[in-house]
Structure formats: C-alpha cells, structure tokens
Design a protein around this ligand. Structure first.
Ligand code: BES
Ligand code: ZN
Ligand code: ZN
Length: 480
C-alpha cells in the first residue's frame, strides 16, 4: 500500500484542493484568499466560534481552519496536528487524493497540520481479502510556498515512514509474526533504512546464558531471537553509544500464569517496545543522525506447554543473578534484564528501554501517558520530558525509591520477578534496575502503545508510540 507523502509546491493551482490555516484574530489576512461572499460568511460564523469552513469551488474545494492563539507552543502544535487529523473526515468523504496547505499562521503550523493528517491517514489493510475496497486514499499533502527547508520536510517524511513501520509491526498478528519473523522484519528494515542488524539465534543465546530469555521461550515451538541493531555514522557526536532496548514478546499468553481471555486478545502488541526501537533506528539511519546508536531486541513468545516455565521455578539470568519466577506473566522483565546486562558490554552513555511492561501502568495513568523511571541524570530526564511535550508522547516520572525493591526479596533466590499487588510498574522498574550499571531510563509504554479505538491521529491498534519521541530526543541530544 502506498502511503502518504509530504511535498512542497510554489503555488496551488485552481484545481488543487486548498486548506487555509489562519489565526482567529487575524481574519483580514484571509480576504486575499477567499471570494467576497466566502469571507463575509466566515466572518459571521467566526463570531459564533465556528472554526472549520468548507467552500466548494468549480474544480476543487477550499477548507479553512481557524486557530486561537495559545500561549503554550506544544499545546498549540498538538491542536494543529489534531486539526489535520480532523480534516481527514472531509478528505475521505470527498475522496480527495491530495490537498495543498496554505499557511497564514506561524511557519511550523503547516508541518504539524500535515503531520497530524498523515499520521491519522494510516491504515493496516493487508488481511482484508479486498484491501482496495477499504482504502481511503490520501497520497499527497503539499505545503504551499513554505519557508520550511526541504531537509525538514524530508525528515518528517522519514519519521512518518518509521512510525508506520512500527505500527505495521505491532499490527501484524502473531499468526504472521513470530520471533523469527520479527527478526527477519528487523533485518529487512535495516536493509531499507540503512542500519546494520545481527541476529543471534538460540545457540548464541544459550552461549550467552541468557537464562531469562530462554526461560520465557521454554514452551515455544519457535526459537528465541536476539537482534542487535547498529547505526554508527562517521563523525558521530558521542564516543560511547546510546543503547535502546525494546521488549519483543511477540505474543504474551501469560504462560502458566495464564491471562484471562479478555486481556490476552490484544497481546500481539507486546512487542511494541521492539517496534519503537526498530522505528527509531530506521529514522535515525535514514536521516543520517550523527549519533552512534545500538538497538537490542530480545524476542520470543510467552506460551504454555509441557516444558513451560512454572511459577516457583528458579532461573539464572545472563548476569548470574538468580530469580524465583513467582508469576510467568511477569515475563517482560526477564527478557529485558538479559538485554540490559548485554548492553553493559558497550560501555553505554545512556540506555533507554521501552516495554509494554505492566497492566498497572495502564491502570494508573491510562493510554495518554508513558510511565518512566530510571537513573539517568536529571538534565537527561528533563530533555526526554521536553521531547515528550514536543511530540505529545508525554511522560510522567515515577520514583525508584529503594523501599519498592523490598518487595522483590525472595526466600530462595537473589530476586523474585513479582512485587506485591501495589505499584506494579515501579517494582517492575526496580527489577530492571538491578541489571543496570549505567545511566538508564525505563519507559513503560503499555498504555499508549496499543489503542482499541483511535484517539485523534493515533490510529487504533498499534500507535508507533516512542518513535517520534525518541527521534526528537536523540536529534536534540546530537546537537548538545
Ligand atoms: N504484557 C503485559 C503487560 C501489558 C498489559 C501490556 C496490558 C499491554 C497492555 C505484561 O507482560 C504482564 O503481563 N504484566 C503483568 C505483570 C504482573 C503479573 C506482575 C501485569 O502487569 O498485569
Ligand atoms: Zn505478561
Ligand atoms: Zn508481556
């Protein structure tokens, strides 16, 4: 399926469908772009607080969207993205395959509007017998006479492509995406976007004694995979790499601590952390980001079967730490712990992990928020939070106070994999912290990674959350 592209054009032709973005308090600026009767109508309606207009013309249509000034730049930009997404309703109704944005507001609004439109236009149709019947075409969003540099528009196209890649990976059902398929998809993404990929199979994973990944995989008919992604440009600004770790549980039944069917139905999404890492590496490589990045993806399903890991078992992790597995549904931390320990060999500047790790993160903060915690310096946390607002993939920090770790004491091993029933997202973080000897941040994306119903331009099912956030964070980090 061909996906939408942002392009530029000097000036819209008479047959082009036009979207005019204007400030609510500068209506005069619109006069030059509208017929007198359109202007008159708009002024009357604007006093009634109408902000969306549609004027049919001989060969095309004109949409006008008015924006109230907002003191908070990030909030304003998000409103513009959402407005872009809103317009898709009309675009689809009238089967428009392209629109041209004429921007009378501040310069960056056209890009945000186009971004919201593009993100919202995503569809995942490959499993319909007649995909073309379902397809709602929007092929091109043109920015008219814009001062935005071409490089920025190319960059936005690449980030969009990377978000769509992450969404595609999450949306693939487990029937079509097991751990080996995921590793193959990572290799394919590396070839397309220009980063390198090394896939470690079961023997290497055994040689590395990754006891967490092997234990979770025990009942599977498909071997575990451990993907190592690398983007190492000449002239990278960092001497020590930044490592991104993504939870790659391609399907989480809960194991013998079986999930109820309601909770299990959506568990193809349990590799959304992995998808975000692939998407971020893809965008970084294709835009030539001057940072040395490593991506680590431990991949497996979490199944039941004769050989399944059983609650009460004790396993030895890659680091040598022993873990009493009290609950086999707390599997994400087991595979991430091995990946975090593996990250140590890179002597990393910073490690970020992304994981659909806990239901308690969803319960506590819903689908709008990424719960994060970690040991990275305050200024790094601030930078990440700022990127959260810039991309509206917002984060809230939770404490990693040592008292939370008391919950993880085991009678028979170094750690157990489950805390008490309270603050589950924090005890999960405490568990991971045990395997980190470097500045580290853990992002629990269980809430925003997968939506049962669309939320604005965050289309239903996989949202690709993390890609825009990390791309923004890393890009800014490269310039500091
Ligand atoms: N994959 C789940 C977490 C999850 C829940 C992701 C909802 C997306 C949406 C994870 O492996 C899990 O099962 N966590 C358990 C841990 C519990 C047994 C300690 C949870 O949070 O319920
Ligand atoms: Zn689980
Ligand atoms: Zn899981």
């Amino acid at each position: 399926m061909k996906r939408v592209q942002l392009t530029t054009v000097q000036s819209a032709g008479t047959s082009d469908n036009l979207v005019v973005l204007a400030d609510k308090d500068k209506l005069d600026a619109l006069d030059a772009h509208l017929a007198p009767h359109e202007s008159a109508f708009l002024r009357r309606a604007a006093t009634l607080d109408v902000s969306n207009f549609f004027f049919p013309r001989a060969e095309s249509v004109v949409f006008v969207r008015l924006f109230k000034p907002d003191r908070d730049a990030a909030v304003a930009r998000e409103e513009v993205r959402l407005a872009g997404n809103d317009l898709l309703r009309e675009v689809r109704q009238y089967k428009l395959d392209s629109v041209t944005i004429r921007n009378l507001c501040q310069q960056d609004f056209s890009l945000s509007f186009a971004e919201g439109m593009a993100l919202g236009s995503y569809q995942f149709l490959k499993y319909f017998s007649k995909p073309s019947k379902k397809e709602k075409i929007l092929r091109e969003i043109r920015l008219e006479n814009t001062a935005i540099p071409d490089a920025d528009i190319r960059e936005t196209n690449t980030v969009l492509e990377a978000v769509f890649l992450a969404r595609d990976l999450v949306n693939e059902p487990h029937s079509h995406l097991n751990a080996v398929h995921l590793a193959e998809a990572v290799v394919a993404a590396g070839e397309t976007f220009g980063f390198s990929v090394d896939v470690l199979g079961k023997e290497k994973i055994e040689a590395l004694k990754m006891g967490g990944l092997l234990a979770v995989n025990q009942a599977s008919t498909v071997p575990p995979q451990f993907c190592v992604l690398e983007w190492k440009p000449e002239g990278a600004r960092n001497t020590k790499p930044i490592v991104l770790v993504g939870k790659g549980v391609v399907y989480d039944t809960g194991g013998l601590s079986l999930k109820p069917s309601d909770g299990m139905a959506y568990m193809k999404c349990d590799m959304a952390g992995a998808a975000a890492v692939v998407g971020t590496l893809a965008a970084a490589a294709k835009t030539g980001m001057p940072l040395h990045l490593i991506g680590l993806i431990p991949a497996t399903d979490n199944k039941i079967g004769e050989r399944a890991l059983s609650p009460g078992d004790v396993i030895t992790m890659g680091s040598g730490t022993t873990v009493e597995v009290v609950n086999t549904d707390a599997e994400g931390r087991l595979i991430l712990a091995d990946a975090l320990h593996f990250a140590q060999k890179y002597d990393p500047e910073l490690v970020l992990d992304l994981a659909t790790l806990t239901g308690s993160a969803v319960k506590a903060l819903g689908t709008q928020v990424i719960c994060y915690m970690g040991t990275a310096p305050e200024h790094v946390k601030k930078q990440l939070e700022n990127s959260g607002f810039a991309t509206y993939e917002r984060l809230v920090e939770l404490p990693l106070w040592k008292e939370f770790g008391d919950d993880l004491k085991s009678n028979i091993a170094d750690l157990k994999n489950l805390g008490s029933s309270n603050a589950g997202m924090i005890t999960a973080g405490k568990f991971l912290e045990h395997f980190t000897k470097f500045p580290w941040l853990h992002l629990d994306i269980a809430g925003p990674a997968y939506l049962r119903a669309a939320n604005g331009y965050r289309t239903k099912e996989g949202t690709g959350v993390g890609v825009r956030l990390l791309f923004d964070f890393l890009k800014k980090h490269a310039t500091i």
